[in-house]
Design a protein around this ligand. Sequence first.
Ligand code: AMP
Ligand code: MG
Length: 475
Amino acid sequence: MTLHIPFDNSYARLPDRFYAKLDPAPVASPGLIALNDGLALEMGLNPEELRSPEGIAMFAGNLVPPGAQPIAQAYAGHQFGGFSPQLGDGRAILLGEVVAPAGTRWDLHLKGAGRTPFSRMGDGRNWIGPVVREYLLSEAMHALGVPTTRALAAVTTGERVYREGPLPGAVLTRVAASHIRVGTFQFFAVRQDEEALRLLADHAIARHYPQATGAADLLREAVAAQARLVAHWMSLGFIHGVMNTDNSHVGGLTIDYGPCAFMDEYHPQKVFSSIDQQGRYAYSNQPQIAVWNMAQFATCLLPLMGERDAAVELATEIVHEFAPIYEKEWLKRFRAKLGLATEQEGDRDLIDLLLTRMAQGQADFTRTFRGLAEGTARDEFLDRDAFDDWAAQWHARLEAEGRSLTEAQEAMRQVNPAIIPRNHRVEEAIAAALEGNYGPFQRLHEALKTPFDAGDEFRAAPYPDQVVRRTFCGT
Ligand code: AMP
Ligand code: MG
């Protein structure tokens, strides 16, 4: 079956120094784990073609379809605050861009496609664990309404990769509105390549903010998009885990599902990533880190913003717009989580008090908020009196706006998910996949498609012996 993929590769038309041209490295024996039919259709692709041997060969990197122009993108980045002038796609290859019938442009990107000039010490490969994880997490985020990269397909390679021991190799086909990171700008900024910065800024504007009219506008839009994104994460108890500038998307998408996690028990200082020993990317630090990343972005854009002093002043002003946008968005989301339709003076305190009591009461984040919508939140608290005291204030607040509890709870069920990809269930799906059993992965994936309206199977918090305390980049 010939693959018909309407490629139009705008990034590959940028100058050579933006990437390295190379084909994915073929693998021994590709096998399909999952294909995202819904997304394929959204992209204007034919799921049947994609499921054919040629389609699977493309997802494994064994076949470069007509019209593709495979490249590894160059980027730099601050990792845990330390700057690396050259990172780049070390285990990923952008096949090209697909333009859907609706005009939407999607990067078609293979993660685990072999070594590239940016691989440094790495093998360029991926294994089943991170592939299953990213597939589940990124699609769950999409179903939760959070801007994100997506997963189109997952395949096995029939080869082993070596980490602590041998593991089954796999490739994830990631699709996204782009893969333009703050680190992409940093790559050129550190080389003082103003021409490239200008081309990249124009490219980012065209792809994400067509209404923007210059670098200052681009910065303003990116800052606002990040502020909204992080507020959304916070409202779901999501911890990204590795908010390095190379994982900070200029279009405001969630990108890089490495050591990320949804919290079970709420605590503001929660950290999962095994490599985040200082807690730089702890739950409650995420907004500040996003500002820090946006400050790096602003620095890159200064040469495009005119006379130096005025540019610094304007860029600083724009980065400072993050806080009010974030605060507003955060309040909007948490008000909705409590079923509050109007804005009142004491709302922030009411939300903060609940969060404080949740932390003290070791309450599960997702179950507490969903429980408020279903009348079962009290069960999540060690100290039920503390919850009752807060709930009395909440009920009074609801009464003050003339909304019945039932009415509020109905609305709350639309914003407080019943299920999230809990760490222990994701681990369980990975463990089964390692045995060649994709049943748990498929069941969990299916349930996560309707997180606000789900059955009981995946709602439970982990038993003490199931709790996952550490997550790994697993590269
Ligand atoms: P990440 O931790 O996914 O944000 O990756 C950071 C950098 O390490 C990027 O430049 C990756 O391409 C590179 N990298 C991660 N894992 C591998 C690997 N197995 N082989 C080659 N490069 C890798
Ligand atoms: Mg990354």
